[in-house]
Design a protein around this ligand. Sequence first.
Ligand SMILES: CC(C)(COP(=O)(O)OP(=O)(O)OC[C@H]1O[C@@H](n2cnc3c(N)ncnc32)[C@H](O)[C@@H]1OP(=O)(O)O)[C@@H](O)C(=O)NCCC(=O)NCCS
Length: 148
Amino acid sequence: MIPGPAGAADAAALAALHAEAFPPAETWGPDAIALMLGMPGAFGLWVPGAGFVLARAAGGEAEILTLAVRPPARRRGLGGALLAGALAGAVARGAAAMFLEVAAGNAAARALYAGQGFVEVGRRRRYYPDGSDALVLRRVLTGPPAGK
Ligand SMILES: CC(C)(COP(=O)(O)OP(=O)(O)OC[C@H]1O[C@@H](n2cnc3c(N)ncnc32)[C@H](O)[C@@H]1OP(=O)(O)O)[C@@H](O)C(=O)NCCC(=O)NCCS
């Protein structure tokens, strides 16, 4: 499964994947996704029917906006492949570091990010609609990943 580019024309299909991967209160609709993809420096990668990542690189820094894999497609390496693709896309756009937010209780995503060299650099209290905290993670993109 090699992810390919996703664009605003794919927004409805991306929203359907998002709705399968996240709780209803955190779901992004097609309009929100198309808006995200229209931001300067934004880009998307996906495997249709399985999962996608949206990211943005601007001013030498990059962020993961969202990462979603359909439950039946999980634990087969797709999340890791999407993240690796987003990291490569950020490097290609001149970013020196990648940031993201992840729910403190999201063990699957935290393990995925730690495995790709992300480290905790901050915490946003009660960031999510369910009242849970977000951890801010960062990976430096120049040189080897932190901790390796
Ligand atoms: C997080 C998510 C994207 C992972 O996708 P995935 O395709 O299952 O990820 P991978 O198969 O590439 O897993 C890579 C590694 O992540 C870790 N991981 C993934 N799911 C895990 C789980 N349920 N429990 C523990 N570790 C997990 C493991 O280290 C795994 O490596 P391994 O399978 O060799 O043990 C997926 O679970 C998802 O869409 N979750 C809901 C949405 C979400 O939380 N997005 C991230 C928001 S910041």
